[in-house]
Write a protein that binds this ligand. Structure first.
Ligand SMILES: Nc1ncnc2c1ncn2[C@@H]1O[C@H](COP(=O)(O)OP(=O)(O)OP(=O)(O)O)[C@@H](O)[C@H]1O
Ligand SMILES: [Mg+2]
Length: 208
């Protein structure tokens, strides 16, 4: 049974974590790598903790089903496959269906809170934080949420100002200090990929 090498990809919303993980996955191939997204582990909207005004803060770590998330990471670390939840970003509901995530020699674990959650940090072999200025992150997030998640301009701006930005300041940015490597997303995706691949090589060699 293989014991996978866990690479954590953290960074603010819109910094390009999902894009980089997908690019690394397609470069190395699905027989060598799997992707694990913290985003899959959002609680169903019925179970989300509500703020005083009845709204939900999706950028707070408590928005995630941390128990299931950690449990699944531990299963993967033991070399097992998992049945990961499927979360619908348009409706905020978790599907009754699951998706099988196959264990592979390298697993990219990506999400906003990758370096925020101490139990996730502890299980990672390499911790990467993607740095990008707030204005570019907001623009990328806005364009993505409008086109892929069917959000309105007003909705994206309101969420950014009331939740995403304050949570970035309180949780995400301070988690950068836990990173082994801080990547600038001013670099192209292929340059970031090259750096991550050389770090994986260096870190896994040092661990052998
Ligand atoms: N290097 C890049 N250059 C230009 N656009 C990029 C780059 N990386 C990502 N993008 C685009 O920016 C948007 C946000 O990227 P992505 O969804 O990967 O960010 P994320 O860090 O996963 O954000 P979130 O935490 O909200 O999931 C996407 O539309 C993506 O195509
Ligand atoms: Mg993402």
């Amino acid at each position: 049974m293989i014991k996978p090498f866990f690479v954590g990809l953290a960074g603010g919303s819109g910094s390009g974590k999902t894009t980089l993980a997908k690019s690394l996955h397609s470069h190395l191939g699905s027989d060598q790598t799997s992707i694990f997204c913290l985003d899959w582990y959002y609680h169903d909207i019925c179970k989300q903790p509500k703020l005083d005004d009845g709204s939900i803060n999706f950028d707070h770590p408590s928005a995630l089903d941390q128990y299931l998330l950690i449990n699944h990471l531990q299963q993967l670390k033991k070399g097992r496959n998992i049945n990961a939840p499927i979360y619908n970003f348009a409706t905020h509901h978790r599907s009754k269906l699951t998706r099988k995530i196959a264990n592979r020699p390298t697993i990219f674990i990506e999400g906003l809170h990758t370096l925020v959650l101490s139990e996730v940090r502890r299980i990672l072999d390499l911790k990467i934080f993607i740095d990008l200025s707030d204005d570019i992150r907001f623009i990328r997030r806005l364009l993505r949420d409008q086109s892929e998640r069917k959000r309105s301009l007003h909705g994206v701006i309101t969420q950014y100002l009331t939740a995403t930005r304050p949570m970035h300041m309180e949780w995400i940015l301070p988690s950068r200090r836990f990173a082994d490597v801080v990547l600038s997303a001013e670099n192209s995706v292929s340059e970031m990929k090259r750096i991550v691949l050389s770090q994986i090589q260096a870190t896994s060699k040092a661990g052998n």
